[in-house]
Design a protein around this ligand. Structure first.
Ligand code: GDP
Length: 479
């Protein structure tokens, strides 16, 4: 079995130049593409304390994903739904999260102090629901951008005295892009100016039609202050969850996502893990992003030490080598060495990727991307100064769809281009078109980092013209 220096470098996560030097010291003159035999490769690897025992034609990452096999349906059991609360600022997201937590965690369960670990579980008629504690679509999409899809159901909060607002629309579009079902909580119905019917009317414009009006979106009038409607809301969550058939296999090594992570002065790296499949146990070897380690201890959302956590259960985990990032996917693995080696492989890859620009859709390259079959949908985020322009752009752009490529405006909104627009564009492989608006500093930075094509126009016709030309491969590149 032979392996090139380059492959070995990628596999063990060490620079090729270092490996070449080590080979030289062993009396072997090698170049980066040179093939060396397995024993030599193993010897070099052992100098880094890495044991080459897996087949060399697979990366450790691939070995890891092999372990991530599909479950037999007979091993699957129902698991609790994981819910994120989204909506416009001040419509009551935090109030709802607080009141649900305080009313549905029983005293003996809580044992005094509830811990804010990023997620909590409540009990509704003996059935569990997991709530993510960071409300809003920003966190939701940031997690998705890192690969974690944890939310099963989005509760969209709309204040009955305020109605549909820009962030309401964003939340709808972000949920739709993730294909997460939406339950609407029409909040603040205790207020004198509350008008739930008007909210329902406004929501129809965004494709959310309540069941009474022949649609299929569950809408529940609630008040975080008087607690009216809360039980119904939670029952509806369970109902929608039941239709989704959320299932997992508790009897396997855990897979989950990092919800939050920090460096704790006394305890070292601490991360909240939402287990999504399997059961995480104290003592398990774990890897998440470029962090690895062994579960030293786990604490639940009530601050209690636990020995294991099953599907949909959030736990604080101690024992990581470094602080993982929110959205990183966590695996527990049988093999101690595997976790460390996967982490190293990733760190190496990260370095390589930071150097080379990832291929995202761009107007300049659209034509060749279409030709190579890389692009079938041209997704666009439109931001403009007035709603009328958003609609005009949407209609004209979507009309450009042809047999090769479908043009879709996945989000349209009024106002400056924000970081969340860029994150949505990034995860949806979309371009951004701004009309009479500019990106703020954070958005510009994010667009550069995420390599999102962001274009600004002052004439609608020019925007349409550019997209049309790009689709035909006739766009003049701008230098
Ligand atoms: P968030 O920004 O969406 O998290 O909104 P908050 O939960 O912080 O609530 C914003 C304001 O609305 C606060 O002053 C809350 O007390 C108030 N509020 C939230 N829910 C209700 C409600 O059901 N009824 C009334 N009257 N006020 C509410």
């Amino acid at each position: 079995e032979m392996v090139s220096v380059k492959d070995l470098s990628e596999k063990i996560g060490k620079p090729a130049a270092e490996i070449i030097k080590k080979l030289f010291l062993l009396g072997i003159l090698a170049t980066i593409n040179q093939e060396i035999d397995f024993d030599t490769a193993a010897l070099v690897a052992s100098e880094y304390d890495i044991e080459l025992e897996h087949k060399m034609d697979k990366t450790f990452e691939e070995v890891l994903s092999d372990e991530d096999h599909e479950d037999d349906s007979k091993d699957l059991e129902n698991r609790p739904p994981v819910v994120t609360i989204m909506g416009h600022v001040d419509h009551g997201k935090t109030s709802l999260l607080d009141v649900i937590r305080s009313t549905h965690v029983t005293d003996q369960e809580s044992g005094g102090i509830t811990q804010h670990i990023g997620a909590y579980m409540v009990n509704v008629h003996g059935q569990a629901i997991t709530f993510l504690d960071t409300p809003g679509h920003e966190a939701f999409t940031a997690m998705r951008a890192r690969g974690a899809q944890v939310t099963d159901i989005a509760i969209l909060v709309v204040a009955a005295d305020d109605g549909v607002m820009p962030q309401t629309i964003e939340a709808i579009n972000h949920s739709k892009a993730a294909e997460v079902p939406i339950i609407v909580a029409i909040n603040k119905i205790d207020k004198p100016g509350a008008n739930p019917e008007k909210v329902m009317q406004e929501l129809t414009e965004y494709g959310l039609v309540c069941e009474d009006w022949g649609g299929d979106t569950v809408m529940v009038p609630v008040s975080a202050h008087t607690k009216e409607g809360l039980d119904k809301l939670l029952e509806m969550v369970l109902l929608v969850a039941e239709m989704q058939e959320l299932r997992a296999n508790a009897n396997r090594m855990a897979k989950g996502s990092i919800i939050e992570a920090k460096l704790d002065k006394g305890r070292g790296p601490v991360a909240t893990v939402l287990v999504q499949n399997g059961t995480l146990k104290v003592g398990d070897t774990i890897v998440a992003g470029t962090a690895y380690g062994r579960v030293r201890a786990m604490l639940n959302d009530k601050g209690r030490r636990v020995d294991e956590a099953g599907p949909s259960v959030p736990v604080e985990v101690l024992g990581f080598s470094e602080v993982p990032e929110a959205g990183d996917v966590l695996y527990a693995v049988e093999d101690d060495k595997l976790s460390r080696q996967v982490a190293e492989e990733r760190r190496n890859k990260q370095k390589i990727q930071q150097m080379k620009v990832m291929s995202k859709v761009s107007l300049d390259e659209l034509f060749s991307q279409i030709a190579q079959g890389q692009v079938k949908d041209l997704n666009i985020v439109v931001k403009a100064d007035v709603q009328g322009s958003v609609e005009a752009m949407r209609q004209s752009l979507e009309k450009l769809s042809n047999d090769e490529v479908r043009v879709r405006v996945i989000h349209g909104g009024v106002g400056a281009i924000a970081e969340t627009d860029v994150m949505l564009a990034s995860v949806s492989n979309a371009i951004i078109i701004g009309f009479h608006v500019r990106p703020d500093a954070k958005a510009r930075e994010a667009a550069e980092k995420e390599n999102v094509d962001l274009r600004l126009y002052r004439v609608i016709y020019e925007a349409i013209d550019d997209v049309e030309k790009a689709m035909k491969g006739m766009l003049e590149p701008v230098y």
